[in-house]
Design a protein around this ligand. Structure first.
Ligand code: EPU
Length: 436
């Protein structure tokens, strides 16, 4: 739990080489696990990343009464019979994605209760979209106060949600997924307007449709879902769901390769999901070889000078907020001034101070914008991982720096990346896990 990483920096040398495999996507696997609550038979999943968040989601489902069996990258989930509908406060408070369980639980059992969901400290993360959307679907909402915090409760009169028109003020990823799942078992038709377009959502919808759901408009901002009749549930009928590759992990490896590799092949990714990143890196002068399922990055030249580029995070297909911190590390090594504009979460630039401590030239403009001037030589340092994406950004910074770094709070990195140190060691990074 209190592990830390020791990383010996490459002082700007390009020493990484080889092939690094990309794991299954955290933010796809977690949602399919939640969707198992919509099924009358077992859901079999493959390529499931062995990460802390998946373990927490398994624990949450088990606590509700589901049977979860996990093997090597395989998970089987059975949600049979009457289950509990109150989410374990201990786990939900530590994992934002626990909120997606509310959709299937409320739709199937007519009620659900939960504490305010926790997760990475990257901003306020309110749940008003969920309250408004469930109300539109006919649910009653109430809040009860307990000594340990608030408990939210949703209840569907008559035990059934009714199809409705939901307009999302912002295209929220988890709100889109939650209402998509709820609507599958609701009475009548639901439309979700201004739905998020992240590829993990279409992937979930395709899986649900294969199992009997009736979702139209996948990959567009308007989803139309016809609910199943009566108390019918979905059926997987033995079909296996294979988790799609993690585009954020792939993108982070590409950034690492751009800074530290002579030739790094990022294997088993979907480059078409990474267009915003690949475009930004190309504009900065990074040479990339893009295949169907891989990206190769790196150069033997020591004299390569990258150019500054401005980054503005945006919902998919724009530049992902989850790649903003790793990209900032890259920009510390590019010539000129880059403006990084984080538009999704207001607390997601706090890590920049630690990079400044390593020698980066970063000026905060306001809670959403920083100005990065480069190139600036980075020095190894003792760092604390604030959240999983910034944690990986620190690994990249430590790899590019001169001298050694210690990254504490590795638990935050393990939440989303499977045995990251083993994969990075294999391509030549000197990284060791120290347990205390
Ligand atoms: N928002 C509201 N009210 C709500 C819900 C969202 O105002 O009820 C706002 C948020 O505060 C934010 C914006 O809507 O400003 C968009 O947030 P979104 O709801 O899309 O984020 P999320 O669904 O909570 C997912 C990922 C995040 C990723 C974001 C953006 C999961 C489990 N999480 O979060 O992933 O950063 O979408 O792409 O899918 C991560 O994996 O490290 C991570 C944080």
């Amino acid at each position: 739990m209190n592990d830390r990483f020791f990383i010996r920096g490459l002082s700007g040398a390009r020493e990484l080489s080889g092939t690094i495999p990309v794991s299954g996507a955290k933010n796809a696997a977690l949602k399919v696990m939640a969707a198992a609550l919509l099924f009358r038979d077992e859901v079999r999943m493959e390529n499931v990343p062995a990460i802390e968040d998946v373990k927490r989601m398994s624990d949450l489902l088990a606590d509700l009464g589901c049977k979860v069996v996990s093997g090597k990258r395989r998970t089987t989930i059975r949600c049979f019979g009457k289950l509990r509908t109150d989410l374990s406060p201990d786990i939900s408070k530590r994992m934002r994605s626990s909120i997606v369980l509310t959709g299937p639980l409320l739709a199937r059992f007519g009620e659900v209760s939960l504490p305010h969901p926790g997760g990475c400290v990257i901003g306020e993360r309110p749940i008003d979209f969920f309250i408004n959307g469930f109300r539109a679907l006919g649910a009653k909402f109430s809040i009860a106060g307990t000594p340990s915090g608030k408990t939210y409760r949703f209840r569907a009169p008559g035990g059934k949600l009714r199809g409705a028109h939901i307009f999302l003020k912002n295209p929220s990823v988890t709100a889109t997924e939650t209402f998509l799942m709820a609507a599958v078992l609701a009475e009548g038709t639901t439309t979700i307007e201004n739905a998020a377009l992240e590829p993990e959502i279409a992937d979930l919808a395709v899986f649900l449709n294969r199992s009997g759901a009736r979702i139209e408009g996948m990959g567009t901002s308007e989803l139309r879902i016809r609910g199943l009749p009566g108390s019918a549930l979905l059926r997987a009928r033995g079909a296996v769901y294979t988790t799609m590759p993690d585009r954020i992990e792939a993108g982070s490896f590409i950034i690492l390769g751009a800074l530290c590799a002579k030739k790094l092949r990022v294997e088993g990714c979907e480059p078409r999901h990474l267009k915003a990143l690949l475009d930004a890196l190309s504009s900065a002068g990074v040479s990339l070889e893009v295949g169907k399922r891989h990206v190769t990055v790196g150069t033997r030249s020591r004299r390569i000078r990258f150019r500054a580029v401005n980054i503005k995070t945006h919902e998919y297909p724009g530049f992902p907020t989850d790649l903003q911190a790793p990209m900032t590390v890259f920009l510390t090594q590019a010539s000129g001034e880059s403006l990084v504009f984080e538009t999704i979460f207001e607390g997601r630039l706090n890590y920049a101070e630690a990079l400044t401590g390593m020698g980066a030239d970063i000026t905060p403009m306001d809670p959403h914008r920083i100005l990065v001037k480069g190139p600036a030589a980075l020095r190894g340092k003792k760092l604390e991982s604030p959240d999983l994406r910034a944690g990986l950004a620190f690994i990249i910074a430590a790899a590019a720096a001169r001298g050694s770094s210690y990254i504490h709070n590795v638990y935050n990195i393990d939440r989303g990346y499977e045995r990251i140190e083993e994969r990075l060691s294999r391509v030549g990074l000197h990284i060791r896990r120290l347990s205390s």
